[in-house]
Design a protein around this ligand. Structure first.
Ligand SMILES: *Cc1c(COP(=O)(O)O)cnc(C)c1O
Length: 392
């Protein structure tokens, strides 16, 4: 391995997750595959062609740069790309010419989009985003009625209303129930204003993964699915709720990603000695440890100090001490047979055992998202053979 770790993507796992999603969502609901954050660390260039081969025809990204990266690797002429966030003012013309659709959440962008479309002679494909309570981006009800609808009605030849959308503020947690409930009502009301004005969006979309599972009424005709397609639950709560509702004892999505490294070194540490920097871990007996050549500079979060888990020789073991810049230590107490060079799985599965970030029980489920999206671009991305069986 030239790099100290590598990422392997499993198309069979993705196929399994997409089949699950299609069955859950039903045939009327288009699945937009969210590939922002470098496809949640999986790598846009590796992930997107795989998803497209498995039938995905709609991708969502955050920025213009990501949209072009997706555009370079897709093959099907009908595959659509939607930008949910940032477009620098100078990029708008290129975005419209490339045929990307994009979120519009303030009057400045709306006017710029219409004017650019007019001068380019190509209608802008816009998704009007409604502010329903997340308080990040979107138009308020007042703005919709007083400014947006009148402006759209007087410029109908310069845009295509590709979508009407909103985003929920934390649908993965029941603690946000009231806030999400209010967002749903506001979105339905906003939608009614558009329809009453004769403005019919091609797609109405509000659901991320958690909402798509939890709020079937809010799926409309498109959902924006990130984390679930990669085989991670948005939160343990969503998984438990799903199991209960379907009276299942257990059900797992399949991890698309395996992130692996290898043992760089093995040593014995005497009782009472500290391991690594500082004093966060003291050996309470003589122990055997292994060093893995991956650290926070390689995307293995410092949050996993003294709490992360890895798989080695089919056994689950713990990170001990702090995560360093380029390495961390693991306990080999239960794995006396481990040898230098043995594979160490940082995320993924081996037989029935699996390492997901979510399995670090006490840590926030947000860590799933953060750890994945921070996987550095320069870790090589490889594929398993498409017909290899999924082990978990
Ligand atoms: C990231 C994102 C999603 C996908 O969220 P998941 O929880 O990963 O499914 C959907 N919509 C918007 C606007 C997003 O930013």
């Amino acid at each position: 391995m030239e790099n100290t770790s590598e990422i392997i993507l499993n198309p069979t796992a993705l196929q399994y997750n997409l089949e699950f999603l299609r069955k859950e969502m039903g045939p009327e609901v288009l699945i937009s595959s969210v590939v922002k954050g470098n496809a949640y660390g999986h790598g846009i260039e590796a992930f997107v062609p795989m998803a497209e081969q498995l039938g995905i025809r709609h991708f969502s990204v955050f920025s213009t740069g990501e949209a072009y990266r997706v555009a370079r690797v897709i093959r099907q002429p009908e595959t659509a790309i939607m930008i949910m966030g940032d477009i620098a003012p100078g990029e708008l013309r290129g975005v419209i010419q490339a045929g990307f659709s994009f979120f519009v959440f303030d009057m400045q962008r709306l006017k710029a989009a219409i004017m650019t479309a007019q001068s380019a002679g190509i209608p802008a494909k816009i998704h009007i985003e409604l502010e329903t309570g997340m308080n990040r981006t979107g138009f308020s009800t007042t703005a919709i009625l007083k400014e947006v609808i009148p402006y759209l009605l007087s410029h109908t030849e310069y845009f295509q209303l590709s979508g009407l959308c909103t985003h929920f503020a934390g649908a993965e947690s029941i603690a946000n129930y009231l806030r999400i409930d209010q967002q749903q009502r506001r979105f339905l009301r906003g939608r009614k204003h558009f329809i009453q004005a004769g403005l019919y969006p091609e797609r109405t979309h509000s659901c991320c993964s958690a909402a798509a599972i939890r709020l079937p009424k809010m799926r409309f005709n498109m959902v924006r699915i990130g984390i679930l397609q990669y085989g991670f639950w948005p939160s343990p709560e969503i998984k438990i709720e799903y199991l209960r509702k379907h009276k299942l004892a257990n059900f797992n999505l399949h991890r698309v990603i395996t992130w692996r490294s290898r043992l760089m070194s093995i040593k014995k540490v005497q009782m009472g000695e500290f391991i690594g920097y500082g004093t966060s871990y003291q050996a309470s007996e003589e122990i055997l440890i292994g060093i893995v050549p991956v650290g926070y500079s390689n995307g293995y979060s410092r949050m996993l100090s003294n709490s992360g888990r890895v798989l080695i020789d089919g056994v689950r073991t713990s990170v001990i001490g702090n995560i360093n810049m380029n390495s961390f230590a693991i306990s080999l107490q239960q794995i006396g047979t481990a040898k230098i060079g043995d594979e160490v799985i940082l995320i993924g599965s081996a037989g029935a055992l699996e390492i997901s970030v979510a399995s670090f029980g006490e840590l926030s489920s947000q860590l799933n998202y953060e750890l994945l999206t921070r996987l550095p671009m320069d870790i090589p991305r490889l594929y398993t053979h498409p017909f290899e069986s999924v082990t978990d």
